[in-house]
Design a binder for this molecule. Structure first.
Ligand SMILES: [Fe+2]
Ligand SMILES: [Fe+2]
Length: 234
């Protein structure tokens, strides 16, 4: 699934340190720019490296701007930061909850909203992702059930030191397989998250956000399947 790894624009790290110095004459303009970046990052929350590029192709059909209100956009994510995951089990679980569970819950509803708009506005386009909103809604529903199983069941059992976690972990692994299948369906429907050349900014935002969801969910699953769970099953 990591084949669609996206480039890391490293927006935050590339902001020159002196550019945020309020003593500089350019400070006010820089702060405006930084506030703009914050609003943009809020659209794809959980991503530290989001870059929007100006594009001239407004869409008369989609009308309103995507959340974050960039004039036009292409979004890129710094990608999953599995390497930053802490080693200690309680800290790792906290990281999973904050970095992935919260991000999924924030982002999927917005993607469903964008998908509905794109499907309605571009239903006659040969590449229109008809059915994407339904697929994302299914992801949202299945994922919410799974997240609650972990948050209310498996993770507390791990932290309380339960002896036999194998049955619960087997259920989580099955759920992960279902999530991965759903992501493959979304990849196929969106041509690996590639909008057509004449796609409007809403369509591009939808695919960029959906790609980020796929990256995040894949990293989330990998972290649990290959780092967390093996500590508790033979
Ligand atoms: Fe999880
Ligand atoms: Fe999980």
């Amino acid at each position: 699934m990591q084949s669609h790894r996206i480039r890391s624009p490293e927006v935050d790290r590339n902001v020159p340190r002196r550019a945020v110095d309020p003593t500089l004459r350019s400070g006010a303009a820089t702060n405006v720019a930084l506030r703009g970046l914050s609003r943009i990052a809020a659209f794809l929350a959980g991503t530290t490296g989001v870059l929007w590029r100006e594009r001239p192709d407004a869409c008369r059909d989609c009308r309103a701007e995507p959340a974050g209100n960039p004039s036009s956009l292409v979004a890129e994510s710094a990608g999953p930061d599995a390497a930053a995951a802490p080693e200690e089990t309680a800290a790792l679980i906290r990281h999973i909850l904050e970095r992935y569970h919260e991000a999924h819950r924030r982002e999927v509803p917005e993607l469903i909203r964008l998908a509905r708009r794109v499907e309605a506005a571009h239903r006659d386009h040969p590449d229109a992702p008809l059915g994407l909103a339904g697929l994302l809604s299914r992801v949202e529903s299945e994922m919410e059930q799974h997240l609650q199983k972990e948050e209310l069941g498996l993770f507390p059992m791990i932290l309380e030191g339960h002896a036999d976690l194998a049955p619960a972990i087997a259920i989580m692994r099955d759920d992960h397989d279902d999530h991965s299948l759903r992501l493959r369906q979304i990849e196929a429907l969106t041509h690996d998250f590639t909008p057509p050349g004449n796609a409007c900014k809403t369509w591009r935002a939808l695919y960029a956000g959906t790609r980020k969801l796929a990256d995040d969910l894949t990293a989330h699953i990998d972290l649990e399947n290959h780092v967390l769970f093996p500590r508790f099953v033979g």
